[in-house]
Design a protein around this ligand. Structure first.
Ligand code: NAP
Length: 276
């Protein structure tokens, strides 16, 4: 197999998507990247002759199939799909509307699924392909104020793992990549914050919101190093179904699994009591 591949990455204007596109181009790969405005598309295409922009919002469900088939025919065949586009909604559950939740799931879950659905028939016919879904450590662990975000990332983790089992017989791999905190625009310009309304939550939530705002741009993780890790993943003959990125994610997810296991042990008798 050739080591130079064609990647289709959603959301290459900033953060992980931009870093992965740049590192992939520097490594000799071809990148088809989605963007949401013409100016950003031109900037992206000026990076390299192997950088091809596609104007697409991942919630433009009626146009996704045609856009992807055309991009695959024109610049492909695509070897690797990276569902990266997404954002974080932050807000206390009681203060966050159903519309906030719908929008969060439209982009982070339905958007990624719609893009994946367009690629699966192509990959299945070719008996090859790798789908990388950028989830989050928030797809394993939770904290107050990001219920909808965690819900969307738990959903994508579950869909991703299931799909990996359905597609493995065809030689197609699916990996859910769950980053910890990285220096992207996620907690800055991209975050949707529901306004505060209920004083009862001030003590719990105000420090969390403030800490996230203050930490934006100073997070532990380097998106360029995440991109290099993903290039390593793409080069693997046997990529895993799950990959965490960042020592914060590693620690927090390990703690969560240990707590879950301890709770299962504590309640084992009750759990077993329903058989028969
Ligand atoms: P980012 O810098 O804000 O980048 C987000 C990218 O997604 C941008 O290119 C943005 O495009 C695009 N996007 C957002 N909504 C879109 C839509 N409806 N259609 C098409 N493109 C859309 O943040 P990031 O951290 O790199 O985010 C990338 C992924 O990593 C997300 O799924 C995020 O949840 C996940 N993640 C981030 C962190 C972190 O700490 N940074 C941790 C775990 C997971 P525009 O420029 O047009 O807005």
């Amino acid at each position: 197999m050739s080591t130079s591949k064609t990647l289709f990455i959603t959301g290459v204007s900033s953060g992980f998507g931009k870093a992965l596109a740049q590192q992939a181009l520097a490594a000799g790969h071809t990148v088809i990247g989605t963007l949401r405005d013409q100016q950003a598309l031109q900037t992206f295409e000026s990076l390299s002759q192997r950088a091809h922009g596609v104007l697409l919002d991942v919630t433009d469900f009626d146009t996704i199939d045609a856009a992807i088939n055309q991009a695959d025919r024109t610049f492909g065949p695509v070897d690797v799909l990276v569902n990266n586009a997404g954002y974080g909604h932050e807000g206390v559950f009681e203060e966050s509307s159903l519309d906030d939740m719908r929008r969060q799931f439209e982009v982070n879950v339905f958007g990624a699924v719609a893009i994946t659905k367009a690629f699966v028939p192509l990959f299945r016919q070719r008996r090859s392909g790798h789908i990388i879904n950028i989830t989050s450590m928030g797809g394993y662990i939770t904290m107050p104020g990001i219920a909808y975000y965690c819900g969307s990332k738990f959903a994508l983790e579950g869909i991703s793992e299931t799909l990996s089992k359905e597609l493995k017989p065809f030689g197609i791999f699916v990996t859910a990549v769950a980053p910890g905190s990285f220096r992207t625009d996620w907690a800055g310009r991209s975050m949707q914050r529901s306004p505060r309304q209920i004083a009862d939550y001030d003590a719990l939530f105000d420090p969390i919101r403030q800490a996230r705002e203050e930490k934006s741009g100073k997070q532990l993780g380097d998106p360029v190093k995440a991109a290099q890790a993903m290039l390593q993943l793409i080069a693997s003959d046997n990529p895993p179904a799950h990959l965490l990125l960042g020592s914060d994610a590693l620690q927090l997810v390990r703690d969560k699994l240990a707590q879950l296991s301890a709770q299962m042990d504590e309640w084992e008798q009750v759990t077993r009591s329903t058989d028969g």
